[in-house]
Design a protein around this ligand. Structure first.
Ligand code: ARG
Length: 469
């Protein structure tokens, strides 16, 4: 039986009927639909709408549906169910008879889908944060293993200053920790319960909303029934956060692709995560990285779809909202699919320390340190910059580096240069200059590793707390 056929004189056009169904994709919400239905049933009993026996029979029916769906051979199939809400009603009635129809008393699918989606996103956030902790740990482990290995840091993709490889790896950890933080913020905001909001103007029965919220581990009931039934901000905020996370991963992927080229040769692509070419026998391609970059476009696409779907919708529920589900699911699956692979890639990649170190020896990456040497001798910074700029010009003409200039040559630029200058230009000395929080000095980078580990631990603790809530 349909959930709404009473007032209709004609049956639906069969093609339209198939086309407007959402069951093909919202069946994945079944678990949440059953949980929310259980909370609603208990509230109905407390409101005196269901007898104790009716409640028991409804709860048992819901449990059986859950058990059936958990058995892989009984794939949730139903060519008539309009959506997951209709499916549960049909299943319930087939198991416990007409009393199953009582479950929908005083509620609307509008509040149900809003609730199911919140539960879905909440669980996805917990899973994603746990995967992000794994990614951060993989990067931090590599930072630890890298020890004092140095590499060039780039600005404008031109050699800029030497840094520790560990420092560069920790830059990505910072981004991923922010992503995990954003997911936590999003979780906080979405963790309110729409049940009892009805179709738009509240339930027609005196249902205890705080009780239902509590049953589903929500912080509180939503504050406004019109907003609660039409709001998908939480889905958009979540997918936007995933897009930003994807954007970070895509930057990383791009950089690793560049570093893996023969021109750079900084990293050796792990064979377990690369493929060859069917035509060119010599090829080893960075597929994982390219797909991470590509799938980021897909997540951003989902965020865009959501934004466009929501834009211009009058209050409150509109069927357009059904279109928010697939991009939400797709972005979630995409993100969950790639995070463990990124962690695996990071564990397997080989850094070519020698190539990286060689690259720190040239390209005038000590020029700023050289200017600072003069500043420390009282030369005004702008003039010091100018003098070292001239020294660089001289080097370019002579095809050498700053440390190769003779003292006589240096004295033509400024008489304050002395023998100590060359020592100050070594990459180790340059690195040691930034001996402040967040700086490149090895001891500071080690502090960075310790701090990252602490953040990862508390991220894991938070995730575990939610898992056992
Ligand atoms: N399948 C619908 C959706 O995803 C459920 C809500 C239907 N509500 C309605 N008034 N037709 O949005």
């Amino acid at each position: 039986m349909k959930m709404w056929s009473g007032r209709f004189r004609q049956p639906l056009d069969p093609q339209f009927e198939r086309w407007q169904r959402s069951f093909d994709f919202d069946r994945r919400l079944l678990h949440y639909e059953l949980a929310a239905s259980g909370a609603h049933a208990r509230a109905l009993k407390n409101a005196g709408v269901l007898s104790a026996d009716e409640l028991i029979s409804i709860l048992q029916g819901l449990q059986q549906i859950g058990e059936m769906a958990a058995t892989p051979k009984d794939l949730v199939q139903d060519d008539e169910a309009e959506d997951v809400h209709h499916f549960v009603e049909k299943q319930l009635v087939s198991r416990i008879g007409d009393v199953g129809y009582k479950l929908h008393s005083g509620r609307s699918r509008n509040e149900q889908i809003a609730t199911d989606l919140r539960l879905f996103v909440r669980a996805a956030i917990d899973e994603l944060r746990s995967e992000l902790a794994g990614v951060c740990a993989a990067f931090t482990d590599r930072a630890e293993l890298a020890g004092n290995a140095a590499m060039p840091a780039y600005t404008h993709l031109q050699r800029a200053e030497p840094v520790l490889l560990a420092h560069w790896l920790l830059a990505y950890v910072e981004m991923f920790l922010r992503d995990a933080g954003r997911l936590a913020d999003c979780r906080k905001r979405l963790n309110v319960c729409p049940l009892g909001s009805g179709a738009v103007a509240g339930a027609t029965l005196p249902l205890d909303r705080a009780f239902m919220a509590d049953e589903l581990d929500f912080e509180a009931p939503t504050a406004n029934s019109i907003d609660a039934t039409s709001d998908r901000d939480f889905a958009l905020e979540f997918v936007n956060t995933l897009s930003l996370m994807g954007l970070h991963l895509s930057r990383w992927a791009e950089e690793m692709i560049i570093f893996s080229t023969q021109e750079f040769g900084f990293v050796q692509l792990p064979e377990a995560y690369s493929t060859g070419s069917s035509a060119m026998p010599q090829k080893k391609n960075p597929d994982l990285l390219e797909l991470v970059r590509g799938k980021t476009g897909r997540m951003i696409g989902s965020a865009t779809t959501l934004m466009v779907a929501l834009k211009g919708l009058p209050l409150a529920y509109n069927k357009d909202l059904q279109e928010t589900q697939e991009p939400l699911f797709d972005a979630t699956d995409t993100a969950l699919g790639l995070l463990p692979l990124v962690a695996g890639w990071m564990k397997a990649v080989e850094f070519n320390h020698q190539r990286m170190n060689e690259a720190t020896q040239s390209g005038f990456m000590n020029a700023w340190a050289a200017a600072t040497y003069l500043v420390n001798r009282g030369v005004p910074s702008r003039l010091a910059h100018e003098h070292i700029g001239k020294a660089v010009k001289l080097c370019v003409e002579k095809h050498c580096e700053l440390q190769d200039l003779t003292l006589e040559e240096l004295h033509t630029l400024n008489s304050l240069f002395d023998e100590g200058f060359r020592e100050r230009l070594k990459p180790v000395s340059v690195l040691a200059i930034h001996d402040v929080v967040g700086g490149t000095a090895p001891a500071r980078v080690r502090q960075g590793i310790v701090a990252a580990r602490k953040s990862i631990d508390s991220l894991r603790e938070e995730v575990n707390l939610h898992a056992h809530a």
